[in-house]
Design a protein around this ligand. Sequence first.
Ligand SMILES: [Zn+2]
Length: 455
Amino acid sequence: MRLRLALLLGALVAVPVPAASPPAVDLLITHARVFDGRSGRLRENTEILVAAGRIVALRDTGSGSREGIDPARIIDAGNRVVIPGLIDAHVHPTIAVPIAALRDNDPNYVAARSAVEARAILMRGFTSIRDMGGPVFGLQQAIDEGLVEGPRIFPSGAIVSQTSGHGDFRSRTAQPRRWSGDTDALERLGYGLIADGPDEVLAAVREQLRAGATQVKLAAGGGISSMYDPIDSVQYVEEELRAAVRAAADWGTYVAVHAYTPAAIRRSVEAGVRSIEHAHLIDETTMKLMAERGVFLSPQAYVFSGVFAQPLPPGAPPPSAAQAAQRAKSAQVSAGLDHMMRLARKHGVKIAFGTDVFGATRVFAWESLEFGARLRWFTPLEILRQATSVNGELLALSGPRNPHAGAPLGVIEPGAWADLLVVEGNPLEDIRVLEQPEQNLRLILKGGRVVRSTL
Ligand SMILES: [Zn+2]
């Protein structure tokens, strides 16, 4: 009505209606050598125009008008390489203390630590992450409100697990949950949710979607950090997996599963799961199936490179039975790493970049070491693509649940979110420059906002 009135008045007094003008450029980055997330050829001597949090144009430095651009908002990249903000497809910022310690600490303390880790993740250049299990919704809110510094978060919520599965962290002496048992502390806190049978799985998945999950994570096979499920155990029957996929699909999104073995992976892929986390013990037939179905492989190289299986230093107390069992499981999984990566390469599966770091600041700091750890199988270009455009494609699977929809992530192109990094050194020649973020990330830009700059 108001619009019609305005049009009418406009016509009466013949006021010219201003043409829709492009948003004012609020940041200009000059002299950039741009890696766009895909191409192995850098776009030299480039200017990146940013407006309203997005990249609006790329052009040769000095080739266009700078009228209306505040000189204070011009950043000279000094002919350094500029890459899209990195994406970690598998990380757990809310497991900010060791899993066992989650029970014994005030959740507010753990939340404070999570905020510290989220900031550190961003300062390592990861401007987006997929959270693969944990009560991360509050942290996401605090970051999006600008209360604390951190990456864009794609939350999964609690890991949905069968009784005895990888998300069942109850003590050995816990009472059977269907009869006399109580809800476990880690379930109450939102780290895991135990659900058996299609009905409970539907409800458990819907609880996560209701809370704001952008995708849902199920445990489909044995795990290391869970104490009582052998690695070779297959978790969830077909009907349960299908129920989860259906509930997620009804919300326009997808299911990711934790799985190492061919049996667990195959069953999940057949049920419609879109992302396999870990997969270290996969065989060739199953890898081919993943390639055929376009299912993402989300492996980790560094944390499975044997860092958890190193011999204890002399004089260290002997490991507890539980620690010894976990070390054995870790060694079992790590043994599959090389074979899995070779198969993934051979069959051209979409390989995400994820680190699975959690539990302690020392471990979170390993996040950057994933870059070098992948050099055994991939070129720097391939690794950079995994951490940018391939992961961007994975995040986009959240469809209408994507909290940052409307602009792509992981690429530098007109229309994309202005998440980018100015790097000292050329990561296409030496990917390990990203392992020293403090020194080599000279500028971190998230949504067009300067988060850190030493330029
Ligand atoms: Zn994980």
